[in-house]
Design a protein around this ligand. Structure first.
Ligand code: SRM
Ligand code: SF4
Length: 589
């Protein structure tokens, strides 16, 4: 049963309902040369096509003084299911960033690419540019299932490889079916032009969104005309690594191994991190474990969770429309039963599993195929050239060199260059050395290697404070404290965001910093290093001096009093500095 759009429904619900499957007046908006912005309704719809209208917030007051409209530009989020891109795709994204964007590429916390600073007049050309290498941006944003995340290294074991196949099939199953994306953006004849060899990785990424039949009528068998009440996220992980932070997702799928093969998944549902300051009825929440399902049933179960959320999710107030609140309202048992009824799959008892770590492991590894993989630290996920550090050029040279390798975006904004042939390894290494990229990974404190910062200023319209541009400098200061107590090798997760929405998953940081106003952050402590426990507010509105003042005695105590192998997040709880958050509903207590 599809919910109808009632008068009490939010504006976005009405915009979706009358959009004719996400078309709205986007074509007219794009062609209108009088303003750099879209018509208001289309600003909602373009999200489903993977783009956000933004302004350059650094220039806000100057533009207002000159009585100019804000400098509108667009962020484009390019989906990369499981984070796997080919060297050819990397090269194209690199090129598009220079040609139409602000010269940088952002690797996101969900294994996608973002271009920033694309003017309206260039949007179509930019989208067509990546469409031509079989990348797309449909469902990059919007009230649909977003980029599906998967543990970053499929070549590590048979389980990882199988996991990636499941991630791709989930991504394909829940991609919107509308032909609006192809109609608005795709270069004519693209489907016929593609030179991707059958069965190749590039063809695998091909989402079929362009393969439309003339006269085809639109239908969304899963989503319906009003799509989902809110964004929806799915991630897969293979224990002991929780590098995709599965519990932060609407659906988290924990791969279970039997005799070296993937046998199925422990399914978790109802994760989500966004909250609003001053509204304790909004809260970050980790997904609850529902039970075990076999691999062949996982798509049916995901579809049942999605349609349950479609039909029971709140469409009257977007602050309460994520699945986490639907589950809180329905009760976990009733929700589980609904999913079982809809899918026809009964959950089996949970299988044992143990996560150990939620970050990435850096450096070289050799996979089961004998090929090499290298995980590099990309601070804040930002790929750019600066005077002292030519990261973008280095990665471009590697992409041009690799005959078969791949660029895997990790869920922690880092990059794994994978499947490097043994005879190419030395050349890759010499390029990285030439540009100082290896030092950037190997000479960092473990704290920095475990850091995440969301975009925040200047592009994010919701930011109250800096994050990506500031965290590296704050870490310089914290590093000095760590060195003083010989703790520089201690892996502590630190995550900063410019507002409470949670894009850098700050409530899963052993040290979490959430922007409240320029220069001031709420400090959260006590998350589990493996992503299985949220943190809790320790100090409100701390500036840099305040943050350092709070952290130094804790780091000193950790150096002296920790038990062998004890993680910082567990230590601050054991020592009574903070009480543990055991469920989203007691996050604010
Ligand atoms: Fe996010 C909104 C950036 C991952 C929770 N997020 C935004 C917007 C689009 C701001 C806006 O609505 O105007 C940000 C664009 C900034 C810019 O200039 O690029 C933005 N989110 C990001 C990225 C790029 C952060 C990064 O630095 O990597 C991540 C892109 C992921 C992707 O590729 O799809 C990103 N966002 C997340 C995550 C982490 C995750 O999914 O693992 C979360 C927390 C998990 C969750 O969904 O609960 C997250 N973003 C939000 C929210 C709060 C949602 C909520 O339920 O309350 C918003 C605001 C909203 O939706 O209203 C938001
Ligand atoms: Fe913007 Fe807030 Fe997300 Fe950071 S957490 S990117 S400031 S919405």
């Amino acid at each position: 049963m599809q919910p109808e759009t009632k008068p009490s429904h939010t504006e976005v619900e009405h915009v979706k309902a009358k959009s004719n499957y996400l078309r709205g007046t986007l074509l007219e908006s794009l062609e209108n040369g009088i303003t750099g912005a879209l018509f208001p309704d289309d600003t909602h719809l373009i999200k489903f096509h993977g783009s956000y209208q933004q302004t350059d917030r650094d220039l806000e007051s100057e533009r207002a003084r000159q009585k100019l409209e804000p400098l509108y530009s667009f962020m484009i989020r390019v989906r990369v299911p499981g984070g796997v891109a080919s060297p050819k795709q990397w090269l194209r994204m690199d090129e598009l960033a220079d040609q139409y964007g602000n010269g940088t590429l952002k690797l996101t916390t969900r294994q996608a690419f973002q271009l920033h600073g694309v003017y309206k007049r260039n949007l179509k050309a930019a989208v067509q540019g990546f469409n031509q290498v079989l990348l797309d941006s449909i469902a990059g944003c919007g009230d649909v299932n977003r980029n599906v995340m998967c543990s970053a290294n499929p070549d590590e074991s048979r389980v990882h490889a199988a996991l990636y196949e499941v991630a791709k099939s989930i991504s394909a199953a829940f991609t919107p079916q509308t032909t609006a994306y192809a109609e608005i953006w795709a270069p004519p004849g693209l489907a016929e032009e593609t030179d991707a060899p059958k069965g190749s990785r590039e063809e695998g990424n091909w989402s079929k969104v362009f393969l439309t039949t003339p006269g085809q009528e639109d239908a969304e068998p899963i989503y319906g005309k009003t799509y989902l009440p809110r964004k929806f996220k799915i991630a897969l992980a293979a224990p002991p690594e929780n590098d995709t932070d599965v519990f932060a997702n609407d659906i988290g799928l924990i791969g279970i191994e039997e005799n070296g093969d993937l046998t199925g998944f422990n399914v978790a549902a109802g994760g989500g991190l966004g909250m609003t300051f001053g509204m304790p009825e909004t809260f970050p929440r980790l997904a609850d474990l529902l039970g075990f399902v076999r691999t062949e049933d996982v798509l049916k179960v995901c579809e049942a969770v999605i349609t349950t959320q479609r039909d029971f999710g709140n469409r009257e107030n977007r602050k309460f429309s994520r699945l986490k609140y639907t589950i809180e309202r329905m009760g976990l048992d009733a929700f589980r039963k609904e999913v079982e009824t809809r899918s026809g799959v009964a959950f089996e008892p949970l299988r044992p599993f143990q996560f150990k770590h939620s970050g990435d492991h850096f450096g070289w590894t050799q996979g089961q195929s004998g090929r090499f993989h290298l995980t590099l630290f990309i601070e804040g996920g930002r790929v750019r050239n600066t005077e002292n550090y030519q990261l973008k050029t280095a990665l471009r040279e590697i992409a041009a060199l690799l005959s078969e390798g791949e660029f895997r975006l990790t869920g922690n904004q880092n990059l794994l260059i994978g499947n490097i042939l043994p005879n190419e390894r030395l050349e890759v290494e010499s390029i990285l050395k030439k540009y100082g990229v290896l030092e950037k990974t190997f000479q960092q404190t473990a704290l920095r290697l475990n850091s995440i910062a969301c975009v925040a200023l200047p592009t994010c319209t919701l930011a109250f404070a800096e994050a990506e541009r500031y965290l590296p400098r704050l870490i310089d200061q914290i590093d000095a404290i760590l060195r003083k107590y010989h703790m520089q090798k201690e892996a502590i997760n630190i995550r900063m965001t410019g507002c409470p929405n949670g894009c850098g998953r700050p409530y899963l940081g052993e040290i979490g910093l959430v922007g409240k106003s320029p220069g001031y952050y709420n400090l959260y402590l006590g998350a589990a290093h493996d992503g299985s426990r949220l943190n809790k507010l320790y100090r409100e509105m701390a500036d840099e001096a305040g943050i350092l003042r709070e952290l130094e005695p804790l780091i000193a105590a950790y150096a002296m009093k920790r038990n062998p192998g004890e993680r910082f997040g567990d230590f601050v709880i054991r020592m009574g500095y903070i009480t543990a958050t055991t469920h989203g509903t007691n996050f604010h207590n």
